[in-house]
Design a protein around this ligand. Structure first.
Ligand SMILES: C[S@@+](CC[C@H](N)C(=O)[O-])C[C@H]1O[C@@H](n2cnc3c(N)ncnc32)[C@H](O)[C@@H]1O
Length: 228
């Protein structure tokens, strides 16, 4: 793929201006069908300090499922099941497998499955996603959503791309690490390791030869790659 120069790609509108970003964040994004449950999960995550996807990413995930109608979805990082709910919103497919290395996250997810029918379709698996991806190299997915340990993003990429069908989509959340990739005024030297990891990953992701990939400046920087 021909790489656009930075000039061509991002100079047109300067649309990342801070006040416009604030406005963007203030818009009432939430899932139309399950807003009550979405709000409940969001409140719980906030109370327990579990990081979840942003509201615009929530909307985007549900829109993408409606648009692409994936039959098999893999989610890496169940966490508070907020993104799982977004993926389920318009899901008509057969399998949604959601992995988490935390037994608490998986136990909570099973509780949700007991009480909310929308989660019935999901197979929640307690495992390290790296092991899972190694073990299931013969599986295939239409959509893979990754929101887990950033240190492992490189491995998730390498091991997940072969599992994607042609035209399938892979998404990586938090590629801007709350803006710290720019080492802004709020930058803390403690972030250095994570920043280095993410900056390396972002280049690797855009260079992945089996994908047409880009990083979009919404949410916390969402990487979207489509398998060629
Ligand atoms: C930010 S949370 C996910 C939030 C979720 N996407 C949401 O919006 O509700 C990240 C989760 O990834 C899990 N995780 C981190 N590394 C992992 C790995 N190697 N395999 C599986 N899960 C992992 C963590 O235990 C944590 O629950």
């Amino acid at each position: 793929m021909v790489k656009l120069s930075t000039q061509t790609a991002f100079s047109t509108k300067n649309y990342l201006k801070e006040n416009l970003l604030e406005y963007h964040k203030s818009l009432p994004y939430y899932a139309p069908e399950n807003s009550k449950l979405a709000n409940l999960l969001k409140k719980k995550a906030l109370k327990e300090s579990i990081p979840i996807i942003s509201d615009d990413v929530f909307c985007f995930l549900s829109q993408l499922v409606l648009l692409k109608n994936p039959m098999r979805i893999l989610e890496i990082g169940t966490g508070g099941c907020y993104s799982t709910l977004a993926l389920l919103e318009y899901f008509t497919g057969d399998d949604l497998i959601s992995l988490d290395v935390s037994d608490n996250a998986i136990m909570d997810a099973h509780d949700l499955k007991e009480t909310h029918d929308i989660f019935k379709k999901v197979q929640f698996v307690f495992c390290n996603a790296i092991d899972y991806l190694h073990e299931y190299q013969n599986s295939s997915f239409d959509l893979i959503f990754v929101d887990a340990r950033k240190k492992h993003y490189k491995d998730f990429l390498k091991l997940s791309v072969p599992l994607l069908k042609r035209g399938g989509t892979i998404l990586f959340d938090n590629l801007y690490f709350s803006g710290h990739v720019c080492r802004t005024a709020q930058y803390n030297p403690l972030f250095e390791n994570k920043v280095t990891i993410l900056k390396e990953f972002n280049k690797l992701f855009l260079d992945e030869k089996n994908l047409t990939a880009s990083i979009y400046p919404f949410g916390d920087g969402l990487g979207i790659g489509v398998k060629k």
